[in-house]
Write a protein that binds this ligand. Structure first.
Ligand code: FES
Length: 293
């Protein structure tokens, strides 16, 4: 269970401005259902060009709901220039802080706002486009977005970047590229990422192999899934077949079989042995939960 402030709890249990504005002046849509978080923001301006009303619809965890709710409150009454200055830090600060692993929800709010303003400025036709080159293909995050979260939040590790924009939280294939971006921006400030040294399974007994699989799930896989409102459980290991069950958002996700399974398999192959393959145990997957996660 995450440690949430009273304000986060309040905005989660009693979210403000849920829904969609009819004939909005601006619409911003970011995130993706397949990745566990998505947000649609709509706003309407008054005759003086100030945001008269703002509403949101979101799919995600408690933090996604709370940050979206606060975002709509923060921008009401502001001109678009003033609203454009709202940062992800403003959203998190208003809530009295968020768990580090949930900071990406505040970034998603800021992105949705920018997308909605762009949409308005493009006469209601413009859709949000990714700027820069995609570095993290698992979550569709570009170098520009990574650079921005590093600069705005003074991030110095790959783990920080994952917490703020999800990049690096899947297969891990982009982590080297993220480190290079951190080094370029932060120079000496960049700290070494404390990564558990990969130990290969060759020469291990079956028990040791299972322990290494469990350790990899605990340290390398579960934190990323939990950040997206999901979880994973190791059910059994039969030879090189690793049977797992997904919980929460991961079990609910229609694409889970293709995305989560592949991500888990890639991690286990990287940290344990290349021969492993993953099978999902759907029987034991629980129904998605709706508590604070
Ligand atoms: S490419 Fe970034 S985590 Fe897979």
């Amino acid at each position: 269970m995450w440690e949430y402030t009273d304000k986060v709890r309040d905005h989660f249990f009693n979210p403000h401005n849920v829904g969609e504005i009819e004939n909005p002046d601006g619409v911003g849509e970011v995130g993706s259902l397949a990745c566990g978080d998505a947000l649609r923001l709509t706003f309407k301006l008054d005759k003086d060009g100030k945001i008269k009303d703002a509403k949101f619809k979101t799919f995600g965890c408690a933090s996604a709901i709370a940050t979206s709710s606060v975002l709509t409150e923060l921008i009401k009454g502001k001109t678009l220039d003033e609203a454009a200055k709202v940062t992800n830090k403003d959203i998190a600060d208003y809530l009295g802080g968020l768990p580090e692993q949930k900071m990406h929800c505040s970034v998603m709010g800021r992105e949705a706002l920018e997308a909605a303003i762009e949409n308005y400025q493009g006469g209601g036709k413009k859709k949000h486009e990714l700027e820069g080159n995609v570095v993290c293909t698992c979550f569709g995050v570009t170098d520009k977005e990574i650079e921005r979260v590093i600069r705005e939040n003074d991030l110095t590790t790959v783990e920080d970047v994952t917490n703020y924009c999800k990049a690096g939280g899947g297969c891990g294939g982009c982590r080297g590229e993220i480190e290079k971006i951190i080094d370029t921006i932060q120079g000496d400030k960049a700290k070494e990422m404390p990564v558990t040294a990969p130990r290969r399974a060759s020469g291990l007994t079956n028990i040791q192999k299972i322990q290494l699989i469990q350790q990899t799930i605990n340290e390398q896989i579960r934190p990323a899934l939990r950040a997206h409102g999901g979880n994973i459980e190791l059910i059994d290991v039969e030879g090189n077949k690793v049977i797992v069950a997904f919980r929460g958002m991961c079990a609910q996700c229609k694409l889970a079989e293709f995305t989560m399974k592949d991500v888990v398999e890639a991690k286990l192959r990287e940290f344990v042995t290349k021969e492993l393959f993953v099978e999902e145990d759907k029987e034991s997957a629980l129904q998605p939960h709706n508590h604070l996660e």
